[in-house]
Design a protein around this ligand. Structure first.
Ligand code: ZN
Length: 434
Protein backbone atom coordinates (compact mmCIF):
# COMPACT_ATOMS: atom_id res chain seq x y z
CA UNK A 1 0.00 0.00 0.00
CA UNK A 2 1.77 3.09 -1.22
CA UNK A 3 0.39 6.57 -1.52
CA UNK A 4 1.53 9.39 -3.81
CA UNK A 5 0.72 13.08 -3.77
CA UNK A 6 0.85 14.83 -7.14
CA UNK A 7 1.19 18.61 -6.98
CA UNK A 8 -1.00 19.34 -9.96
CA UNK A 9 -2.12 22.90 -9.27
CA UNK A 10 0.25 24.63 -11.70
CA UNK A 11 -1.09 26.95 -14.33
CA UNK A 12 1.65 26.37 -16.90
CA UNK A 13 2.06 29.97 -17.98
CA UNK A 14 5.33 29.24 -19.82
CA UNK A 15 3.75 26.32 -21.62
CA UNK A 16 0.59 28.12 -22.68
CA UNK A 17 1.31 27.75 -26.41
CA UNK A 18 1.16 23.97 -26.06
CA UNK A 19 -1.76 23.60 -23.70
CA UNK A 20 -4.73 24.34 -25.97
CA UNK A 21 -6.64 25.57 -22.94
CA UNK A 22 -5.80 22.53 -20.81
CA UNK A 23 -4.15 22.74 -17.37
CA UNK A 24 -0.46 21.86 -17.30
CA UNK A 25 -0.83 18.31 -15.87
CA UNK A 26 -2.88 17.39 -18.95
CA UNK A 27 -0.33 18.63 -21.50
CA UNK A 28 0.10 16.21 -24.38
CA UNK A 29 3.53 14.50 -24.23
CA UNK A 30 4.12 12.43 -27.36
CA UNK A 31 0.45 11.58 -27.61
CA UNK A 32 -0.30 10.89 -23.95
CA UNK A 33 -1.30 13.41 -21.25
CA UNK A 34 1.53 13.95 -18.76
CA UNK A 35 -0.67 13.07 -15.77
CA UNK A 36 -1.51 9.71 -17.32
CA UNK A 37 2.20 8.95 -17.84
CA UNK A 38 2.90 9.87 -14.21
CA UNK A 39 0.10 7.73 -12.82
CA UNK A 40 1.17 4.73 -14.90
CA UNK A 41 4.75 4.87 -13.57
CA UNK A 42 3.50 5.27 -10.00
CA UNK A 43 1.07 2.35 -10.28
CA UNK A 44 3.81 0.15 -11.74
CA UNK A 45 5.92 1.08 -8.70
CA UNK A 46 3.25 -0.16 -6.31
CA UNK A 47 1.21 3.01 -5.73
CA UNK A 48 -2.47 2.24 -5.17
CA UNK A 49 -3.65 5.55 -3.75
CA UNK A 50 -3.09 8.98 -5.30
CA UNK A 51 -3.95 12.39 -3.89
CA UNK A 52 -4.08 15.05 -6.59
CA UNK A 53 -3.66 18.57 -5.28
CA UNK A 54 -5.42 20.67 -7.89
CA UNK A 55 -6.30 24.28 -8.32
CA UNK A 56 -6.23 25.75 -11.80
CA UNK A 57 -8.83 24.13 -14.12
CA UNK A 58 -9.64 21.50 -11.52
CA UNK A 59 -12.85 20.61 -13.35
CA UNK A 60 -10.92 19.46 -16.42
CA UNK A 61 -8.63 17.28 -14.31
CA UNK A 62 -11.59 15.80 -12.51
CA UNK A 63 -13.30 14.97 -15.80
CA UNK A 64 -10.09 13.40 -17.12
CA UNK A 65 -9.72 11.16 -14.07
CA UNK A 66 -13.35 10.09 -14.34
CA UNK A 67 -12.86 9.13 -18.01
CA UNK A 68 -9.63 7.19 -17.60
CA UNK A 69 -10.59 4.67 -14.91
CA UNK A 70 -7.06 4.18 -13.48
CA UNK A 71 -6.41 1.02 -11.40
CA UNK A 72 -5.92 2.93 -8.14
CA UNK A 73 -7.83 5.16 -5.76
CA UNK A 74 -7.58 8.83 -6.78
CA UNK A 75 -8.74 11.69 -4.60
CA UNK A 76 -8.75 15.31 -5.76
CA UNK A 77 -8.18 18.05 -3.22
CA UNK A 78 -8.49 21.69 -4.19
CA UNK A 79 -5.49 23.26 -2.50
CA UNK A 80 -7.01 26.74 -2.42
CA UNK A 81 -4.68 29.68 -2.63
CA UNK A 82 -1.15 29.05 -3.97
CA UNK A 83 1.15 28.34 -1.02
CA UNK A 84 4.08 26.45 -2.50
CA UNK A 85 4.79 22.74 -2.72
CA UNK A 86 5.44 22.22 1.00
CA UNK A 87 2.66 24.56 2.11
CA UNK A 88 0.13 22.72 -0.05
CA UNK A 89 1.25 19.31 1.21
CA UNK A 90 1.26 20.37 4.86
CA UNK A 91 -2.26 21.80 4.45
CA UNK A 92 -3.63 18.33 3.64
CA UNK A 93 -1.28 16.26 5.80
CA UNK A 94 -4.15 14.82 7.83
CA UNK A 95 -5.44 13.16 4.65
CA UNK A 96 -2.09 11.47 3.94
CA UNK A 97 -0.67 8.14 5.02
CA UNK A 98 2.33 7.44 7.23
CA UNK A 99 4.64 7.35 4.24
CA UNK A 100 3.99 8.91 0.85
CA UNK A 101 5.66 9.88 -2.41
CA UNK A 102 5.67 13.53 -3.55
CA UNK A 103 5.51 14.17 -7.29
CA UNK A 104 5.59 17.53 -9.08
CA UNK A 105 2.91 17.93 -11.73
CA UNK A 106 5.29 19.17 -14.43
CA UNK A 107 7.88 16.37 -14.39
CA UNK A 108 8.21 13.52 -16.84
CA UNK A 109 9.80 10.53 -15.14
CA UNK A 110 10.20 6.82 -15.62
CA UNK A 111 11.80 5.31 -12.54
CA UNK A 112 11.80 2.07 -10.62
CA UNK A 113 9.88 3.47 -7.66
CA UNK A 114 9.90 0.18 -5.74
CA UNK A 115 13.71 0.31 -5.60
CA UNK A 116 13.64 3.86 -4.25
CA UNK A 117 10.99 2.96 -1.65
CA UNK A 118 13.13 0.02 -0.50
CA UNK A 119 16.17 2.30 -0.18
CA UNK A 120 14.11 4.79 1.85
CA UNK A 121 12.82 2.09 4.19
CA UNK A 122 16.28 0.60 4.65
CA UNK A 123 17.88 3.96 5.48
CA UNK A 124 15.16 5.05 7.88
CA UNK A 125 15.32 8.79 7.27
CA UNK A 126 12.62 11.47 7.55
CA UNK A 127 12.61 11.80 3.76
CA UNK A 128 14.48 10.52 0.73
CA UNK A 129 15.21 12.91 -2.13
CA UNK A 130 15.94 11.71 -5.65
CA UNK A 131 19.20 13.38 -6.70
CA UNK A 132 20.98 13.35 -10.02
CA UNK A 133 23.89 15.04 -11.75
CA UNK A 134 22.91 17.50 -14.48
CA UNK A 135 24.67 19.12 -17.43
CA UNK A 136 24.80 22.62 -15.94
CA UNK A 137 25.83 22.28 -12.27
CA UNK A 138 27.44 25.74 -12.12
CA UNK A 139 24.05 27.51 -12.20
CA UNK A 140 22.04 24.83 -10.38
CA UNK A 141 21.09 24.44 -6.74
CA UNK A 142 23.38 21.67 -5.45
CA UNK A 143 22.94 19.20 -2.60
CA UNK A 144 25.89 18.13 -0.45
CA UNK A 145 25.84 14.42 0.37
CA UNK A 146 27.96 12.56 2.91
CA UNK A 147 29.98 9.56 1.74
CA UNK A 148 27.34 7.31 3.31
CA UNK A 149 24.38 8.95 1.60
CA UNK A 150 22.96 11.51 4.05
CA UNK A 151 22.24 15.07 2.99
CA UNK A 152 24.54 17.58 4.66
CA UNK A 153 23.47 20.82 3.02
CA UNK A 154 21.54 22.64 0.31
CA UNK A 155 23.60 25.15 -1.64
CA UNK A 156 21.55 27.34 -3.90
CA UNK A 157 22.80 29.27 -6.89
CA UNK A 158 24.55 31.74 -6.91
CA UNK A 159 27.34 30.40 -4.70
CA UNK A 160 30.61 31.96 -3.61
CA UNK A 161 33.39 31.32 -6.15
CA UNK A 162 35.67 28.40 -5.42
CA UNK A 163 33.08 26.48 -3.42
CA UNK A 164 33.70 22.88 -4.49
CA UNK A 165 30.48 20.93 -4.53
CA UNK A 166 29.66 17.67 -6.22
CA UNK A 167 27.30 17.69 -9.18
CA UNK A 168 24.15 16.53 -7.39
CA UNK A 169 20.85 18.28 -8.01
CA UNK A 170 17.45 17.79 -6.37
CA UNK A 171 15.25 16.18 -9.03
CA UNK A 172 12.00 17.10 -7.19
CA UNK A 173 10.77 13.60 -6.36
CA UNK A 174 10.56 12.55 -2.72
CA UNK A 175 9.53 9.80 -0.33
CA UNK A 176 8.41 11.39 2.92
CA UNK A 177 7.44 10.24 6.42
CA UNK A 178 4.28 12.00 7.59
CA UNK A 179 5.50 12.04 11.20
CA UNK A 180 8.54 14.10 10.18
CA UNK A 181 6.32 16.72 8.53
CA UNK A 182 3.66 16.88 11.23
CA UNK A 183 5.53 19.40 13.46
CA UNK A 184 5.56 21.85 10.53
CA UNK A 185 1.80 22.04 10.10
CA UNK A 186 0.90 25.58 11.17
CA UNK A 187 4.58 26.57 11.26
CA UNK A 188 4.97 26.78 7.48
CA UNK A 189 1.81 28.05 5.80
CA UNK A 190 3.65 28.96 2.60
CA UNK A 191 6.86 27.38 1.40
CA UNK A 192 8.62 25.03 -1.00
CA UNK A 193 10.13 21.68 -0.17
CA UNK A 194 13.44 22.41 -1.88
CA UNK A 195 13.99 26.02 -0.86
CA UNK A 196 12.30 26.15 2.53
CA UNK A 197 11.09 23.00 4.26
CA UNK A 198 13.96 20.56 3.63
CA UNK A 199 16.71 23.09 4.49
CA UNK A 200 14.85 24.03 7.70
CA UNK A 201 14.29 20.40 8.62
CA UNK A 202 18.00 19.76 8.11
CA UNK A 203 18.85 22.73 10.34
CA UNK A 204 16.73 21.17 13.05
CA UNK A 205 18.51 17.83 12.80
CA UNK A 206 16.20 15.81 10.52
CA UNK A 207 17.87 12.92 8.70
CA UNK A 208 17.38 13.42 4.96
CA UNK A 209 18.56 10.75 2.59
CA UNK A 210 19.93 11.26 -0.92
CA UNK A 211 18.96 8.67 -3.55
CA UNK A 212 21.25 9.17 -6.50
CA UNK A 213 19.81 7.89 -9.76
CA UNK A 214 20.52 8.04 -13.48
CA UNK A 215 16.88 7.36 -14.28
CA UNK A 216 14.92 9.81 -16.39
CA UNK A 217 13.21 12.69 -14.60
CA UNK A 218 12.90 16.13 -16.15
CA UNK A 219 10.80 19.22 -15.72
CA UNK A 220 8.93 19.83 -18.98
CA UNK A 221 7.60 23.26 -18.09
CA UNK A 222 8.75 25.08 -21.26
CA UNK A 223 8.13 24.31 -24.95
CA UNK A 224 11.86 23.58 -25.52
CA UNK A 225 12.01 21.13 -22.61
CA UNK A 226 8.79 19.49 -23.72
CA UNK A 227 10.16 19.03 -27.26
CA UNK A 228 13.32 17.44 -25.90
CA UNK A 229 11.41 15.10 -23.60
CA UNK A 230 9.21 14.01 -26.52
CA UNK A 231 12.32 13.15 -28.53
CA UNK A 232 13.65 11.16 -25.59
CA UNK A 233 10.36 9.26 -25.27
CA UNK A 234 10.16 8.47 -28.96
CA UNK A 235 13.78 7.32 -29.23
CA UNK A 236 13.55 5.09 -26.16
CA UNK A 237 16.01 7.07 -24.01
CA UNK A 238 13.43 7.45 -21.24
CA UNK A 239 12.56 3.75 -21.07
CA UNK A 240 16.13 2.45 -21.39
CA UNK A 241 17.32 4.56 -18.46
CA UNK A 242 14.94 2.86 -16.04
CA UNK A 243 16.99 0.76 -13.66
CA UNK A 244 14.96 -2.39 -14.41
CA UNK A 245 17.00 -2.55 -17.62
CA UNK A 246 20.66 -3.59 -17.55
CA UNK A 247 22.83 -0.55 -18.24
CA UNK A 248 25.98 -0.29 -20.31
CA UNK A 249 28.83 1.58 -18.64
CA UNK A 250 32.24 3.02 -19.24
CA UNK A 251 34.54 2.84 -16.23
CA UNK A 252 37.15 5.57 -16.25
CA UNK A 253 40.37 5.93 -14.32
CA UNK A 254 41.26 9.35 -12.89
CA UNK A 255 44.93 10.32 -12.64
CA UNK A 256 46.71 10.15 -16.00
CA UNK A 257 43.44 9.48 -17.85
CA UNK A 258 41.23 12.48 -17.03
CA UNK A 259 43.85 14.71 -15.44
CA UNK A 260 47.59 15.20 -15.54
CA UNK A 261 49.67 12.82 -13.52
CA UNK A 262 51.77 14.68 -11.02
CA UNK A 263 52.71 12.56 -8.07
CA UNK A 264 49.90 11.81 -5.66
CA UNK A 265 47.26 14.48 -5.85
CA UNK A 266 46.44 15.46 -2.26
CA UNK A 267 44.77 18.88 -2.79
CA UNK A 268 42.15 20.16 -5.24
CA UNK A 269 44.60 22.82 -6.41
CA UNK A 270 46.90 20.04 -7.70
CA UNK A 271 44.27 18.60 -10.04
CA UNK A 272 44.68 19.69 -13.66
CA UNK A 273 42.02 18.28 -15.96
CA UNK A 274 43.06 17.43 -19.54
CA UNK A 275 41.33 19.99 -21.80
CA UNK A 276 39.68 17.21 -23.87
CA UNK A 277 38.39 15.14 -20.94
CA UNK A 278 35.02 16.88 -20.42
CA UNK A 279 33.98 16.76 -24.07
CA UNK A 280 34.96 13.07 -24.21
CA UNK A 281 32.85 12.13 -21.18
CA UNK A 282 29.93 14.17 -22.51
CA UNK A 283 29.90 11.97 -25.62
CA UNK A 284 29.59 8.93 -23.34
CA UNK A 285 26.78 10.60 -21.39
CA UNK A 286 24.98 11.37 -24.67
CA UNK A 287 25.57 7.82 -25.87
CA UNK A 288 23.56 6.46 -22.89
CA UNK A 289 26.63 4.97 -21.20
CA UNK A 290 26.72 5.23 -17.42
CA UNK A 291 30.06 6.87 -16.70
CA UNK A 292 31.72 5.56 -13.55
CA UNK A 293 34.95 6.82 -12.02
CA UNK A 294 37.12 4.07 -10.47
CA UNK A 295 40.31 5.30 -8.87
CA UNK A 296 42.92 3.95 -6.46
CA UNK A 297 43.61 6.67 -3.90
CA UNK A 298 46.36 5.40 -1.59
CA UNK A 299 46.85 9.04 -0.49
CA UNK A 300 44.16 8.27 2.10
CA UNK A 301 46.06 5.30 3.57
CA UNK A 302 49.29 7.26 3.50
CA UNK A 303 47.63 10.07 5.45
CA UNK A 304 48.44 12.64 2.76
CA UNK A 305 44.77 13.48 2.28
CA UNK A 306 41.59 12.73 4.27
CA UNK A 307 38.03 11.97 3.14
CA UNK A 308 37.12 15.66 3.12
CA UNK A 309 40.17 16.50 1.05
CA UNK A 310 39.32 13.79 -1.47
CA UNK A 311 35.69 14.97 -1.61
CA UNK A 312 37.00 18.45 -2.39
CA UNK A 313 39.20 17.10 -5.20
CA UNK A 314 36.28 15.18 -6.70
CA UNK A 315 33.96 18.15 -6.38
CA UNK A 316 36.45 20.25 -8.34
CA UNK A 317 36.75 17.48 -10.93
CA UNK A 318 32.96 17.29 -11.30
CA UNK A 319 32.60 21.07 -11.48
CA UNK A 320 35.19 21.31 -14.28
CA UNK A 321 33.63 18.41 -16.19
CA UNK A 322 30.29 20.17 -15.72
CA UNK A 323 31.59 23.14 -17.68
CA UNK A 324 31.54 20.77 -20.67
CA UNK A 325 28.11 19.43 -19.58
CA UNK A 326 29.72 16.09 -18.64
CA UNK A 327 29.04 14.13 -15.45
CA UNK A 328 29.67 10.89 -13.59
CA UNK A 329 26.83 8.49 -12.78
CA UNK A 330 28.97 6.88 -10.10
CA UNK A 331 32.21 7.61 -8.32
CA UNK A 332 34.23 4.92 -6.53
CA UNK A 333 37.63 5.02 -4.91
CA UNK A 334 39.85 2.60 -3.05
CA UNK A 335 41.37 4.27 0.04
CA UNK A 336 43.66 1.33 0.85
CA UNK A 337 47.31 0.55 0.36
CA UNK A 338 48.94 -2.80 1.11
CA UNK A 339 52.39 -1.76 2.33
CA UNK A 340 53.03 -0.41 5.82
CA UNK A 341 55.90 1.76 6.92
CA UNK A 342 55.13 5.31 5.74
CA UNK A 343 55.25 8.22 8.18
CA UNK A 344 51.76 9.60 8.87
CA UNK A 345 49.97 6.54 7.49
CA UNK A 346 46.47 5.50 8.59
CA UNK A 347 46.92 1.96 9.99
CA UNK A 348 43.35 0.73 9.38
CA UNK A 349 43.64 1.54 5.65
CA UNK A 350 46.98 -0.23 5.34
CA UNK A 351 45.75 -3.60 4.22
CA UNK A 352 45.05 -5.83 1.30
CA UNK A 353 41.59 -5.30 -0.14
CA UNK A 354 39.37 -6.37 -3.01
CA UNK A 355 38.86 -2.85 -4.32
CA UNK A 356 42.38 -1.70 -5.16
CA UNK A 357 42.84 -2.11 -8.92
CA UNK A 358 43.59 -4.59 -10.44
CA UNK A 359 41.09 -5.95 -7.89
CA UNK A 360 37.54 -5.81 -9.22
CA UNK A 361 35.76 -4.69 -6.03
CA UNK A 362 34.86 -1.21 -7.25
CA UNK A 363 33.47 -2.46 -10.56
CA UNK A 364 31.43 -5.16 -8.83
CA UNK A 365 30.01 -2.64 -6.36
CA UNK A 366 29.10 -0.26 -9.20
CA UNK A 367 27.54 -3.09 -11.21
CA UNK A 368 25.27 -3.88 -8.27
CA UNK A 369 24.48 -0.24 -7.44
CA UNK A 370 23.75 0.81 -11.02
CA UNK A 371 22.52 -2.51 -12.50
CA UNK A 372 25.33 -2.65 -15.06
CA UNK A 373 25.88 -5.36 -17.66
CA UNK A 374 29.67 -5.75 -17.57
CA UNK A 375 29.72 -7.65 -20.86
CA UNK A 376 28.48 -4.48 -22.63
CA UNK A 377 30.88 -2.21 -20.75
CA UNK A 378 34.37 -0.76 -21.06
CA UNK A 379 37.36 0.41 -19.01
CA UNK A 380 39.56 3.34 -20.04
CA UNK A 381 42.82 3.82 -18.15
CA UNK A 382 46.51 4.64 -18.39
CA UNK A 383 48.08 2.04 -16.11
CA UNK A 384 48.63 -1.71 -16.22
CA UNK A 385 46.40 -2.06 -13.14
CA UNK A 386 43.45 -0.53 -15.06
CA UNK A 387 43.83 -2.93 -17.96
CA UNK A 388 44.49 -5.98 -15.76
CA UNK A 389 41.37 -5.09 -13.72
CA UNK A 390 39.29 -4.83 -16.91
CA UNK A 391 40.35 -8.30 -17.96
CA UNK A 392 39.49 -9.80 -14.56
CA UNK A 393 36.09 -8.04 -14.53
CA UNK A 394 35.15 -9.03 -18.08
CA UNK A 395 35.30 -5.48 -19.45
CA UNK A 396 36.70 -4.49 -22.81
CA UNK A 397 39.69 -2.23 -22.24
CA UNK A 398 41.34 0.78 -23.83
CA UNK A 399 44.79 1.88 -22.73
CA UNK A 400 45.53 5.58 -23.20
CA UNK A 401 49.04 6.95 -23.84
CA UNK A 402 48.56 9.88 -21.45
CA UNK A 403 49.77 9.56 -17.84
CA UNK A 404 51.57 6.25 -17.29
CA UNK A 405 50.70 5.19 -20.81
CA UNK A 406 50.96 1.58 -19.67
CA UNK A 407 54.69 1.91 -19.02
CA UNK A 408 54.45 1.22 -15.27
CA UNK A 409 54.95 -2.51 -15.90
CA UNK A 410 53.31 -3.61 -12.63
CA UNK A 411 50.80 -6.10 -14.04
CA UNK A 412 50.68 -8.26 -17.14
CA UNK A 413 48.16 -6.76 -19.53
CA UNK A 414 46.71 -7.08 -23.00
CA UNK A 415 44.49 -4.07 -23.76
CA UNK A 416 41.87 -4.46 -26.49
CA UNK A 417 42.86 -1.05 -27.89
CA UNK A 418 45.60 1.53 -27.36
CA UNK A 419 44.90 5.20 -28.15
CA UNK A 420 46.50 8.59 -27.62
CA UNK A 421 43.93 9.86 -25.12
CA UNK A 422 40.46 9.42 -23.70
CA UNK A 423 39.10 11.47 -26.62
CA UNK A 424 40.12 8.76 -29.13
CA UNK A 425 39.10 6.03 -26.69
CA UNK A 426 35.57 7.41 -26.63
CA UNK A 427 35.48 7.42 -30.42
CA UNK A 428 36.23 3.69 -30.39
CA UNK A 429 33.25 3.17 -28.09
CA UNK A 430 30.60 5.50 -29.57
CA UNK A 431 32.00 6.15 -33.06
CA UNK A 432 33.25 9.41 -34.54
CA UNK A 433 31.52 12.62 -33.51
CA UNK A 434 29.07 13.92 -36.06
ZN1 ZN B 1 40.68 -0.98 -1.39
Amino acid sequence: MTQAVILAGGKGTRLVSRLNGKPKPLVDVAGVPLLKRQIEVLVRGGVDDIVLLVNHAADQIEAFIAREDFPCRIELIDDGSPRGTAGATLACLDRLRERFVVVYGDTLFDINLAHMLDAHAAAGGAATLLLHPNDHPADSDLVRLSSDGWIEGFHSYPRPPGAHLRNLVNAAFYVVERAALAPWVGRMEIGDFAKDLFPEMLDEGAKLRGYVSYEYIKDIGTPARLDKAERHLTSGVVERARRDHKQKAVFVDRDGTLNELHGHIARAADLTLFPFAGAALKRLNDGEYRVVLVTNQPVLARGECDENGLADIHAKLEAELGEDSAFFDGLYYCPHHPHRGYPGEVPELKRDCACRKPGTGMVEQAAADLNIDLSQSWMIGDSSADIAMAERAGLRSILVRTGEGGRDGKWPMAPDHVTDSIAEAVTIIVGPSV
